[in-house]
Design a protein around this ligand. Structure first.
Ligand code: G3H
Ligand code: 13P
Ligand code: ZN
Length: 330
């Protein structure tokens, strides 16, 4: 058993409290490798932002759990070396079983998500409560989910949104003891969040997605005032990066995300954690493709992963300062 406290990590409790009081959202950036981790830490140190380093079960398999633990510890030391002692959370994204959550707690995670959203309500409550009971013994915070996002949530896929029902949230929070709640108000995972027929096109032919259901968010906030809410599937799919990917041989078709103004608005509400993965993937892909296309003789991985890391860092800084408002909140 390795305690996250010995690795220099923190759980999400205090940073969420601060996020609600000061109307910002903490970035939850997914990572799978060293360059992504470096870009996240550099961006958060330079903007003095707290951060949630987020690991999916797929990322855990990809990177290896032992290496991940050392990477998280390395991230804490790296931030200090860069000059800022920012709060860093190591969080399991979309945990689907009690065993996976338990294993992450044992390997040094400071926060876990148990995603029982695809189960019937009573099963979701029972599974979530079991994870909370275990995790809280070690002061590890737990995120639950009510409502199903359209798109793909790891191995669980949902073709249509099932919006969170505000009538359920109070009971769920009370019965499970979760520390934060992910909700479904129209966001969705991946780079193609909406089908073109669900969108309108502006004069430039750019797809404009349907707006988020702020009415549902408000109804939820009324039921559980001051309780930390999480938004998954919150990439904006920047069209300039999509254009770069496609210019250099990619094939991202009809890629569309959540407009940043809507996320900015959400960040000033009880939404205090915003999950971003796909935008980072697009940014890295754009940078790598550009090097491959413009310098075909290049074969040193540092010469394409380096620019990818720089592009990622700029993307994260932009999110922190212009979308989440978490700069200077470390
Ligand atoms: O919500 C899912 C995240 O974007 C993680 O995706 O399972 O491909 O690592 P992944
Ligand atoms: P995106 O696919 O919109 O980046 O969402 C990521 C996410 O919700 C991770 O849990
Ligand atoms: Zn998610």
């Amino acid at each position: 058993m390795i305690s996250y406290k010995d690795l220099g990590l923190v759980n999400s409790r205090e940073i969420f409290k601060k996020a609600i009081e000061n109307k910002f959202a903490v970035p939850a950036f997914n990572f799978n490798n060293m360059e992504q981790m470096q870009a996240i830490i550099q961006a958060c140190v330079e903007t003095k932002s707290p951060v949630i380093l987020q690991v999916s079960s797929g990322a855990r398999k990809y990177a290896n759990q032992t290496l991940l633990r050392y990477m998280a510890q390395g991230a804490v030391e790296y931030a200090k070396e860069l000059g800022a002692n920012i709060p860093i959370v190591l969080h399991l994204d979309h945990g689907d079983t009690f065993e996976l959550c338990k294993s992450c707690v044992e390997y040094g995670f400071s926060s876990v998500m148990i995603d029982g959203s695809h189960h019937p309500y009573a099963e979701n409550v029972a599974l979530t409560a079991k994870v909370v009971e275990y995790a809280h013994k070690y002061d590890v915070t737990v995120e639950g989910e009510l409502g199903v996002l359209a798109g793909v949530e790891d191995e669980v896929s949902a073709e249509h949104h099932t919006y969170t029902q505000p009538e359920e949230v109070e009971d769920f929070v009370k019965k499970t003891g979760v520390d934060s709640l992910a909700i479904s108000i129209g966001t969705s995972h991946g780079a193609n969040k909406f089908k073109p027929e669900q969108c309108q096109r502006n004069e430039q032919g750019i797809l404009i997605p349907p707006p988020l259901r702020f009415d549902i968010l408000e109804a939820i906030e009324k039921r559980i005032p001051g309780f930390p809410i999480v938004l998954h599937g919150a990439s904006s799919v920047p069209q300039d990066l999509v254009a770069l990917v496609n210019k250099y041989g990619g094939a991202l078709k009809d890629a569309v995300g959540i407009p940043e103004e809507q996320l900015r608005k959400a960040a000033t509400s009880a939404v205090c954690k915003i999950n971003i993965d796909s935008d980072g993937r697009i940014a890295m892909t754009a940078a790598v493709r550009e090097v491959f296309a413009t310098k075909p003789a290049e074969f040193d991985p540092r010469k394409y992963l380096g620019p990818a890391r720089d592009t990622l860092k700029e993307l994260y800084k932009h999110k922190i300062v212009n979308v989440l408002g978490s700069n200077n909140r470390a």
